[in-house]
Design a protein around this ligand. Structure first.
Ligand code: SAH
Ligand code: SF4
Ligand code: F3S
Length: 441
């Protein structure tokens, strides 16, 4: 039996695309390789959001050379966002690559992969298990996606056309495209039948979802959430990412009113300086942003709010950075994902001088992280002694683990329980990025 191995870099959009590729491999009768040396096909699903991300993925490709030397029939596939950026040219640098499938081309993955299989007689043994055999395809897709995915992800939108000036995503993933309303619902129902209890709706800017239903009527994100909320057997709904320019009062009220939608909002700030936000083309001011935070706090008092912040955008002064710190204090985040600005080819910001030195970027990054660690630990400490509802995902090192509705990871002791169960856990200890507790009797 032929084997595959998928290495995924980058965000949840890439994870969702890796799932699609995995489903295709399984439909061909292929099985997951135990490790690289055991694989007949390797996919490297790449990210290019920062230079470092692309570099990491490409170094991984470089390390595949000895595996190809040992097994000349090994198929090496470069997929994802960096693959989209570099294109076929990358084969000159890495001749071991058999196929380049960029993020925009993922829908054609089946066709492209089948082409390279047909070129290779050693895959012929699997011919009777090709994707054309629908019964097999359905069965295996189900099996693969049903493997204990208590928490699952469903892509509701592809691409982005916000063109934040620093961001390469619009160019590597193409314009914003909402998936049809009913297609999303039936995918969610299928995942729930396979055991999913917690589903995250994915897109670069989910608040601007506008997908046609089966009558051709456009539905917005609020109606999608409302409909998903009525899916039987589903316990929790999450979504990512929200864009401050599209998270209005009405949508926040809808979110607050739906019992399955979890009390967690990821709302990227990027910068707390209006001057920098303008240069980033983010289309909101810090005052707009803080109004949204206030509405969330009013409508969902228990909500955890997390964010993305970038330091060292071209022209960012000490004063700009101090403004970011001030907004950070005011917003009282549960978690901050902090990034150092990295110029990306073809973006508007790449035309500006990368004026903040690496040393300054690193300094600001460290200040932000230290602040985050303290603030997050303090917020988590407030939960000590409380009972939290945890959705059990699995067990490791003698403890069960799962997440609260506010997306905090909890490790806890308990008698035997099944993944997918909802339990009450008494919180005994708090760290900046996790909680420790015991299951209530
Ligand atoms: N669609 C989401 C995030 C997409 S990328 C949004 O609009 O917020 C995830 C994060 O990577 C961004 O929020 C941003 O903080 C960071 N990022 C994107 N481009 C970057 C760049 N060129 N340099 C550094 N960080 C970047
Ligand atoms: Fe990039 Fe902005 Fe789109 Fe997010 S909203 S993916 S940061 S362009
Ligand atoms: Fe995600 Fe990286 Fe692409 S963050 S959208 S995998 S560039």
């Amino acid at each position: 039996m032929k084997t595959y191995y998928i290495k995924t870099f980058g965000c949840q959009m890439n994870v969702a695309d890796s799932n699609l590729m995995q489903a295709h491999f399984e439909s061909l009768g292929m099985v997951q390789a135990k490790d690289l040396s055991d694989a007949d096909t390797v996919v490297v699903n790449t990210c290019t959001v920062r230079d470092h991300a692309e570099h990491t993925a490409m170094s991984y490709v470089g390390r595949l050379k000895p595996f190809k030397n040992d097994n000349p029939n090994l198929k090496v596939i470069l997929a994802g966002c960096a693959a989209q950026r570099v294109g076929e040219n990358i084969k000159k640098r890495f001749p071991i690559i058999d196929l380049v499938v960029g993020a925009k081309n993922i829908e054609n993955f089946k066709k492209e992969f089948n082409k390279i299989c047909e070129l290779d007689s050693c895959f012929r043994g699997n011919d009777n298990k090709r994707a054309g055999d629908d019964s097999r395809h359905g069965k295996n897709e189900g099996k693969n996606r049903g493997k204990g995915n208590v928490c699952d992800f469903v892509t509701i939108m592809r691409g982005c056309e916000n063109f934040c000036s620093y961001c390469i995503v619009p160019s590597v993933r193409g314009p914003e495209l909402s998936r049809p309303f009913d297609e999303i619902l039936s995918e969610i129902e299928t995942r729930v039948k396979l055991g999913a209890k917690d589903i995250t709706l994915l897109g670069q800017n989910v608040n601007s979802y506008r997908g046609a239903d089966k009558h051709g009527k456009k539905q917005d994100f609020a109606s999608l959430l409302t409909k998903v909320n009525s899916v039987k057997g589903l316990d929790r709904i999450r979504f990512m990412t929200s864009h401050p320019k599209d998270l209005g009062q009405k949508l926040i009220k809808t979110i607050a009113g739906l019992e399955k939608v979890c009390e967690h909002i990821h709302l990227p700030l990027q910068s707390g300086s209006d001057r920098i936000l303008k240069a980033m083309n983010r289309n909101y001011k810090t005052s707009d942003y803080l109004k949204i935070i206030d509405t969330i706090r009013k409508e969902m008092p228990a909500a955890a709010i997390t964010t993305d912040i970038m330091v060292g955008f071209p022209g960012e002064t000490k004063k700009d950075f101090e403004k970011t710190l001030a907004v950070t204090d005011r917003a009282s985040y549960d978690f901050i994902f902090a990034f150092k600005y990295s110029p990306r080819p073809g973006t508007k910001a790449a035309e500006l001088k990368d004026s903040v030195s690496l040393k300054t970027k690193e300094g600001r990054h460290a200040i932000l992280l230290e602040k985050l660690n303290k603030a997050a630990e303090n917020l988590n400490r407030k939960l000590i002694g409380s009972a939290q509802e945890v959705l059990v995902e699995g067990a490791a090192d003698g403890k069960y683990f799962g997440k609260t509705r506010t997306n905090k990871k909890v490790y806890f002791s308990s008698g035997r329980i099944k993944p997918g169960s909802l339990v009450k856990v008494k919180i005994l200890q708090a760290k900046f990025n996790s909680l420790i507790g015991e299951k209530n009797a």
